[in-house]
Design a protein around this ligand. Sequence first.
Ligand code: IPM
Ligand code: MG
Length: 402
Amino acid sequence: MPGLDPGIRHLRRRLDCRVKPGNDEEKPEDLTMATHKLLLLPGDGIGPEVMGEVKRLIDWLNAAGIAKFETDTGLVGGSAYDAHKVSISEGDMAKALAADAIIFGAVGGPKWDAVPYEVRPEAGLLRLRKDLALFANLRPAVCYPALADASSLKREAVEGLDIMIVRELTGGVYFGEPKTITDLGNGQKRAVDTQVYDTYEIERIGRVAFELARKRKNKVTSMEKRNVMKSGVLWNEVMTAVHKREYPDVTLEHQLADSGGMMLVKAPKQFDVIVTDNLFGDMLSDIAAMLTGSLGMLPSASLGEVDVKSRKRKALYEPVHGSAPDIAGKGLANPIAMISSFGMALRYSFDMGALADKVDAAIAAVLASGLRTADIKSEGTTAASTTQMGEAILKELQKLHA
Ligand code: IPM
Ligand code: MG
């Protein structure tokens, strides 16, 4: 890509090695273009604002004849509760099941603190993950060159950072039964959550991690708590067995999840792919997000198994950040995590790796130009609203595509 500054070229090279298996980078776009069905679920808080910036991108891709997306919109989280007294309606679940990919904003907020547990905003997201069997959650943490100083860590520690957290998403303590609060009748209550993993669940998430590592720096670090938890003992055993049997060419390391968290803030560049369970993955990915400068930067993909016949897989793409109700509606939200989540959809659902690279390069170029939303603002940079950031990224993309 001539004309790009060296920092961005370097970033692009790093992004290239994240491309999914079998993706033909230089393939010209197909003239008999397939129509892809997207379900947009903006959700609550800043969700609708950041989704608006993705919509801007989709509209342009359609208008320019670069891709054909058919979009539908639904309600999830608090907005679904307000309309239907549920966290997602059956109608929207049916749409989700029929879509080629779901683009998800964020859910939750203090407004719904008092709603029944079963219909709390987060339940909508958890149901989507479970019912669509989206067991593999990919959370790449890439430090854009222009943002190395926005991290709370020293520049040397994060510059050039490129790690992929692979979080198991449909098992563990999030879904294990029993999950109860019992009144013991003596003024005490007892709460139980269940951490449970079967061999097959560990095997399949392990395979996702090893496959990704082969396209990257060929290293997987598995994190659990085998010193305290039986599920950690099994996790470690199964990862070791899958590695030995199917991926001996990949380097596998094991770390206890607590010391892994410590290492993530001490020397994050030692990692390539981190594979871990649902709860540890939730925590470790928030830590990884901050390494990149802001939670507003981290995208994610939640993927199901590839269907042998159709070669398709269910998928949901969402920013790692939450609904940030404190800044909702003020034009302050950073749309980058949402836009790059859409970039992941191009890459992992629609085989448009080259276009996804351009989206990433457009983001890098805008950051290099000094434009910043409030969360990543530093001295000497130019303040931008959500919309201004979205527009600037689209303009760069149009330039890269011309
Ligand atoms: C995430 C979020 C969710 C989770 C919440 C909103 C249920 O924190 O995707 O990381 O805990 O998985
Ligand atoms: Mg989380």
